[in-house]
Design a protein around this ligand. Structure first.
Ligand code: AMP
Ligand code: MG
Length: 476
């Protein structure tokens, strides 16, 4: 079989840890395989030339699973909405394979919707087509906004009909392949505390450090350093989510990666206006994972992770690692918010007040969060540096003008203080605010075209628009 995906130099990194970490499973056979999305952006990282890879190659490898069985359903537990659940594990996904990328990093190809496993419980092991589309879009939107995220390598419609309580049913089915740094979760470690297996904890920790934190490998206190770095990575990830207005929706510990990468996009949503109570998952009745709770929940999940890691790492060292969460988070959040306002990402007490005044106005006025920054970009004039009156007031002033003026005064003060080179960068920074945001109406519109007319053009068009503005930190 001359399929470049089958000829990839797979490395059995996780498999070589032993059978305690997974179950061998086989994928379902699907009545149809229609390739709906292939992520050619990722192929060079696998050492492949997109022009040399056919749609048929994708279908054979990731719709028919030819030549790569059995695959691995990974074992894990997790805290779900605060309750410990020992009956988890890959219920509809497998680790398809691991590959060393051309950048030297190890990547997982993981499936979603590929059939049942010992962890499916009473569920069908499938992924709805809409769910697959939603994950493709979330990953590409977050990637374009500079968020450290898993991606989707392919999405194949499978011709099955699924019944779901939260979609008009029957609904269409798909199988997705996720391209991620790792599928090892906080919950993978939690399972070993439950099983009372410090030996398996240590083995997995050594593996995680070797593969994902190699710069720590030679340090005598590498375990504590790993935990401290994970805290930093998660704090920075969460800051990016908050600044781009992303609400993950289900921050259970089985959806948190030990690499600090964002992944597993279920009922997520991008906010439309700044509302800390906004809750993405309809089943999150107590707003546990609402937008504004994300930093607190990330902190809590890191704290919970100390319990299983305490089998190997001294508790006091982890506590001092966790103590840095708040400062790392705040600095990263402020830096990104400053950039969104066109300013250099240098946190300061004045910058903090500027951000707070902005959030207060955005929250009270319910002004569109994303439009606000695009308007700044479109209206920007160098006259703003000298004349505060040239910064336009909202078109519909409303009762919140005082809050707006409070922000505008502080904003103007920051603009006045900028060096000449920083002044030149203001329009460039402002232009990095996305003009297309993956808010729910966008997704519903493309899904309507697909479900009503099988028209995929709006989906591809939306993908292109989401990818059009790519965030990259600007340096002088
Ligand atoms: P999630 O909320 O998607 O992170 O999934 C939580 C757990 O439920 C994981 O163990 C999943 O593998 C499992 N799961 C979710 N949906 C399905 C399904 N349709 N069939 C089997 N298992 C599922
Ligand atoms: Mg999950």
């Amino acid at each position: 079989m001359n399929n470049p995906f089958l000829a990839l130099p797979y490395v059995p990194a996780l498999e070589s840890l032993g059978a305690e970490y997974y179950d061998e499973v086989t994928a379902a056979q699907f009545p149809q395989q229609i390739l709906r999305f292939r992520n050619d952006d990722l192929l060079p990282r696998l050492g492949l030339d997109p022009a040399q890879v056919t749609d048929e190659n994708f279908i054979q490898a990731f719709g028919q699973f030819a030549g790569r069985m059995p695959l691995l359903a990974l074992r894990y537990h997790g805290y779900q909405f605060g309750e410990y659940n020992p009956r988890l594990g890959d219920g509809r996904g497998f680790l398809y394979g691991q590959v060393q990328g051309t950048d030297g990093e190890l990547y997982d190809l993981g499936t979603k919707g590929s059939g049942t496993t010992p962890y499916s419980r009473s569920a069908d092991g499938r992924l709805t087509l809409k769910g697959g589309i939603r994950e493709v879009l979330a990953a590409e939107a977050l990637q374009a906004q500079g968020v450290y995220t898993s991606r989707c390598l392919s999405l194949i419609e499978t011709g099955e009909q699924l019944w779901r309580g939260d979609e008009p049913s029957p609904t269409r089915a798909s199988v997705m392949v996720r391209f991620s740094r790792s599928h090892i979760r906080f919950g993978t470690f939690e399972r070993f505390l439950y099983l009372e297996r410090p030996d398996l904890t240590q083995k997995l920790l050594d593996h995680v450090i070797e593969q994902y934190y190699p710069h720590l490998q030679r340090e005598s206190d590498r375990y504590a350093l790993f935990y401290a770095e994970l805290v930093q990575r998660v704090a920075r990830l969460c800051a990016q989510w908050m600044a781009v207005g992303f609400c993950h929706g289900v921050l259970n510990t089985d959806n948190m990666s030990v690499t600090g990468e964002s992944f597993d996009y279920g009922p997520y949503a991008f906010i439309t206006h700044y509302d800390p109570t906004f809750t993405a998952a309809y089943f999150d009745h107590y707003r546990r994972y609402c937008f504004g709770n994300q930093p607190g929940i990330c902190h809590l999940n890191l704290e919970l992770l100390q319990r299983p890691l305490a089998l190997v790492i001294p508790q006091a060292e982890m506590e001092s690692g966790l103590a840095d969460f708040a400062e790392t988070y705040t600095r990263a959040y402020q830096a990104r918010m400053l950039e969104k306002m066109g300013l250099p990402p240098e946190p300061s007490p004045q910058a903090e007040e500027l951000c707070m005044s902005l959030l207060r106005w955005l929250e009270e006025s319910k002004q569109d969060y994303h439009e606000f920054f695009v308007d700044l970009s479109e209206n920007f004039s160098p006259a703003w540096f000298t004349d505060i009156d040239r910064i336009p007031d909202p078109t519909q002033p409303g009762p919140f003008l005082t809050l707006f003026m409070n922000w505008k005064t502080r904003y103007h003060q920051q603009l006045m203080k900028l060096s000449i080179p920083d002044r030149h960068l203001v329009p460039h920074r402002l232009k990095q605010n996305p003009t297309t945001v993956l808010v729910r109406p966008q997704i519903e519109a493309i899904w309507e075209a697909i479900s009503q007319q099988d028209d995929w053009e709006p989906f591809y068009d939306l993908l292109n628009r989401l990818r059009a503005i790519v965030y990259a930190p600007l340096k002088l």
